[in-house]
Design a protein around this ligand. Structure first.
Ligand code: PLZ
Length: 450
């Protein structure tokens, strides 16, 4: 498909102070029509998005270090995705896969079965949102084991539905006022090195011991599943201590607990490998993907061992829009985009360039506590250098300064003191470097370092 639109210039440009007058006007209108329960990280209205740029309705060209929260990894106007979706749009938009079938659904499942870690026989199920896939993984694990309990971790984020809110750790804004939640969810410490009470070197062994203790307290035979993100996303881009994921895998095996990996944010090439768990060589029984899977169209999946995936009675899983044909077409375009390996290489280049800009701050800016992550999933944490007291105020001020200067960054972390970088993998090097200069300048200025 050939676009009739002129390309969006791949350079940062501030035509009007951000948010500009048209965005402010549209935001006012929004406030009269849309529930105030939805926040906005940066209240600008977008006209077009392409490469590493968000073009807003005021003509501002904002560098995108968010990708719609790790969704538009192949770019918001990827030609493979566009071509596949346009062709599908011409054929039909929907049948409901539970009513009459279409091949795109099977093809997406075939790709996931072949490319997710683990060489055993697999089946997949498609849904629409990440939370929906997490819920379904729990349904499958319970049906397959006949056990009720689920183990999750501190700092976890798994969604906003009732069950996934119970699995998510952070109270405000995700859970506050929305209880009661489903029971049978137990939470274990996560082996995040920076804040481990007895020191980073003890994080892995002590966190694994804590998991064993929680299982023992409730009876390991009552646990259907343990669910973990290979790098926690909303919780603060926390890369677990070496050996933690493989240790959990071992404990899960020992007690015949289904090991579920949530790669919704970290997966689909974000970390420089197709899946983040590949970095640790850890293999899930049930594997969850969403977000970047379909490059901006809603699609999520559970992929896993055939014996588990087929343990549910026929008709037990589904949903009107589950694996919608347009979303499946988009996913097939995403797979095509990843085929030659260049996007994975880009993710690794992004890491090298970003670390070169960010790591020197560890020495020059006292409140920079850690620079961490993998590939194009990177973060910088702000904390008091002596006490490690989280400095959400710094993260907030830095994000605001970046936004004013035409760079979109998102804050995350249980304490709101982490700035995360999630640029599209198609961002150009010059734009990336420009964005990193905006960010490092903001960090220095907000902390009185020239
Ligand atoms: N699991 C690891 O990152 C979604 C949440 C944005 P849905 N993260 C972005 C917000 O504030 O709502 C996410 C995730 C992990 C599950 C989910 C849930 O995916 O598609 O948002 O339901």
């Amino acid at each position: 498909m050939v676009s009739t639109l002129a390309p969006v210039l791949q350079s940062r440009h501030i035509a009007h102070p951000i948010p500009g007058p048209r965005s402010r006007h549209l935001h006012e209108q929004r406030s009269s029509e849309v529930t105030s329960a939805f926040g906005a990280a940066l209240p600008v209205f977008i006209e077009r998005a392409e490469g590493g740029i968000l073009l807003d309705v005021d003509g501002n060209r904002i560098i995108d270090f968010a990708s719609g929260i790790a969704v538009t990894s192949v770019g918001a106007t990827n030609t493979f995705v566009q071509a596949r979706v346009a062709a599908q749009l011409d054929r039909f938009t929907h049948t409901c896969f539970m009513v009459t079938e279409y091949e795109g659904f099977t093809e997406v499942c075939r790709w996931l079965n072949a490319h997710t870690p683990g060489t055993f026989d697999k089946r997949s199920a498609l849904f629409s949102t990440g939370a929906e896939a997490v819920e379904n993984a729990i349904k499958i694990a319970r049906a397959a084991t006949g056990r009720p309990n689920v183990l999750v971790f501190d700092e976890a984020y798994h969604g906003r539905s009732l069950l996934t809110m119970a699995m998510t750790a952070k109270e405000n804004p995700y859970k506050m006022g929305f209880g009661p939640f489903p029971e049978q969810i137990f939470r274990a410490p996560n082996a995040a090195p920076l804040r481990w009470p007895t020191g980073p070197e003890n994080a892995c062994a002590e966190a694994l011991a804590a998991v064993e203790a929680i299982l023992a307290a409730h009876g390991p035979e009552t646990f259907a599943a343990m669910v973990i993100e290979p790098i926690q996303g909303e919780g603060g881009f926390l890369v677990p201590a070496d050996g933690f994921l493989t240790g959990l895998r071992r404990i899960a095996d020992e007690h015949e607990i289904i090991f579920v990996i949530d790669e919704i944010q970290a997966g689909m090439g974000r970390t420089g490998r197709l899946f983040a768990s590949e970095h640790e060589g850890v293999v899930a029984d049930l594997f969850i993907t969403a977000k970047a899977l379909a490059g901006g169209l809603p699609l999520s999946a559970v992929t896993g061992r055939t014996a588990l995936m087929n343990a549910v009675h026929t008709g037990g899983l589904g949903g009107t829009y589950a694996g919608n044909p347009l979303s499946c077409a988009a996913a097939l375009g995403v797979f095509e985009a990843f085929e030659d390996g260049s996007l994975l290489a880009n993710a690794r280049v992004i890491e090298t360039i970003a670390r070169a800009h960010l790591e020197p701050l560890l020495d020059s800016v006292a409140v920079v506590a850690e620079v961490r992550g993998r590939g194009a999933m990177l973060a910088i944490e702000f904390a008091d250098p002596l006490t490690l007291t989280p400095r959400a105020d710094v993260a907030k001020a830095v994000a605001a300064a970046c936004h004013a200067d035409g760079l979109l960054v998102l804050v995350c972390g249980t304490f709101g003191n982490v700035i995360r970088l999630l640029p599209p993998l198609v961002i150009g090097t010059d734009l990336l470097e420009d964005g990193l200069r905006v960010l490092t300048t903001a960090i220095k200025q907000q902390n009185g370092v020239a």
